[in-house]
Design a protein around this ligand. Structure first.
Ligand SMILES: CC(C)(COP(=O)(O)OP(=O)(O)OC[C@H]1O[C@@H](n2cnc3c(N)ncnc32)[C@H](O)[C@@H]1OP(=O)(O)O)[C@@H](O)C(=O)NCCC(=O)NCCS
Length: 164
């Protein structure tokens, strides 16, 4: 499905934490994304290192993204977590497209990257649609649910975004 051009992305505050926490806890997401308790989210929101974004369509929140190393001196930024509440409708592609714009327009980041569990084909497709390319598998790079899991590393560089 085509990305929804009516999607808006805005910086979240603690007001949006209930939506973020409910979305990361949706049934079926437990094997795909991490979940933090409220204290951990509040700490991240105020640590100067993380930036939270909410995507909305027609004034309704449809998804969120947590970015780490926002405007970092190393000029590398990580998409720590992303989830939408109604998958497979193009919202993820649109959210990620808007997030790429926000990172490269809003900071001087050179590299935007993420790790996705290799079996998460839906996530991979959405990232590819937003311009991310696969780099390789980082073995055991996520300690998740008491297990060491591999992650596929994907990235987009500023030069690729600018050429896109
Ligand atoms: C990952 C996520 C954000 C993507 O958002 P989304 O709105 O579902 O994605 P989109 O609808 O924009 O795009 C999904 C793509 O995957 C494809 N897809 C979906 N299920 C698939 C499957 N089982 N096999 C192959 N492709 C699949 C869709 O066809 C679409 O690709 P296309 O546009 O090229 O046809 C969302 O699915 C989500 O929140 N998932 C749970 C949390 C998660 O996995 N987060 C990412 C962790 S790194």
């Amino acid at each position: 499905m085509a990305a929804d051009s009516s999607l808006e992305l805005f910086r979240a505050t603690e007001v949006e934490l209930p939506f973020v926490m409910a979305t990361e806890r949706l049934e079926g997401y437990e094997e795909l994304v991490g979940r933090w308790d409220e204290a951990r989210h509040r700490a991240a929101l105020s640590d100067g290192r993380h930036a939270y974004f909410i995507a909305r369509i027609a004034d309704q929140p449809v998804g969120f993204a947590i970015v780490r190393d926002w405007a970092s001196p190393e000029k590398m930024t990580l998409i720590k977590r992303v989830a939408v509440c109604d998958p497979n409708r193009g919202h993820g592609r649109a959210l990620l497209g808007a997030l790429v714009e926000a990172v490269f327009n809003g900071t001087d980041a050179y590299r935007l990257w993420l790790g996705v569990f290799p079996e998460n084909v839906r996530g991979r497709r959405a990232y590819e649609a937003a311009g991310f390319g696969a780099e390789g598998v980082a073995r055991g790079s996520a300690y998740f649910g008491g297990r060491h899991r591999d992650e596929l590393i994907m990235s987009i560089l500023r030069s690729e975004w600018a050429a896109g």
